[in-house]
Design a protein around this ligand. Structure first.
Ligand SMILES: [Zn+2]
Length: 260
């Protein structure tokens, strides 16, 4: 196997709605688990790790037939209805499962108040790049789009870069408004699941969760102000909450909204 992928064969499948269609079965050097992908154009790809048996792969495909039908139907209804509302929640679909649903649209609230279309373009290379079109209506994903990990990493990098720019500029301006006591040394942005932010007052470093850019400005500010206040008061004492309330009224209620 010289390239990253090797096609094994096309499998013919039956869909009660759309009739016959093909699923491409391929082997990948980089793939570590069996993987099933459904693309917005209706294509289905079953990817096997280098040493996985075809028998197991076919059983996996059989198990997920209903899932494939559902996803293809979603894409089909969307292409019929133009920019109909979609299930945007399925972004990063394969975090733990091996069934992938490449989103055909995504909400990027810092770019537009309506969903952006996602277009995928395959190129014979080992990387994937993501950019937003100049009219800010389309997210262009191009490169090795058949490798899910590659696409996932590209999305993560894209979000991290956006978050670094947006959160970096905002926290800098908040710190300046608050005064010299709130000066910080360094901001780190991570795409985490659990924590919204943290602060190390000794080093004057702040860390923020990059996914905050999907939240309204006031909630974003609330997390940033919380961490900035830790530069003055390390713990969660009543003195801390007094300080926080003075710079961010109703911060506690907003925190509750964030934790929901
Ligand atoms: Zn805290």
């Amino acid at each position: 196997m010289n390239s990253l992928f090797e096609k094994i064969r096309d499998l013919e499948l039956e869909d009660p709605e759309t009739g016959r269609f093909f699923c491409e079965m391929r082997r990948s050097r980089r793939c570590r688990h069996l993987r099933l992908s459904v693309y917005p154009d209706g294509r289905v790809v079953l990817t096997l790790p280098l040493h996985e048996s075809e028998k197991k792969a076919l059983a996996f495909l059989e198990e997920h037939r209903k899932w494939i039908q559902k996803k293809r139907l979603v894409f089909r209804s969307r292409s019929h209805a133009g920019s109909a509302e979609g299930e945007n929640g399925e972004f990063f679909p394969g975090k733990t499962s091996s069934c992938l649903f490449y989103p055909s649209e995504m909400m990027l609230p810092w770019i537009s108040s309506s969903p952006l279309k996602v277009e995928y373009q395959w190129k014979d290379c080992c990387w994937t790049g993501i950019c937003v079109s100049s009219d800010r209506k389309t997210i262009e994903v191009s490169g090795n789009i058949l490798d899910y990990e590659c696409v996932e990493n590209a999305f993560k990098l894209f979000l991290k870069r956006n978050a670094e720019a947006i959160l970096g500029a905002r926290i800098q301006s908040l710190a300046q408004q608050l005064g010299p006591e709130f000066y910080f040394q360094k901001l780190t942005v991570r795409l985490q699941k659990s924590r919204w932010g943290s602060c190390s007052p000794a080093r004057r470093n702040i860390s923020l969760n990059g996914t905050l850019i999907f939240f309204p400005q006031e909630l974003m500010d609330c997390v940033m102000l919380h961490e900035l206040c830790h530069l003055k008061v390390r713990n969660h004492s009543s003195r801390f909450y007094q300080l926080l309330e003075s710079v961010c009224p109703h911060c506690h209620e907003k925190n509750i909204r964030l934790s929901q």
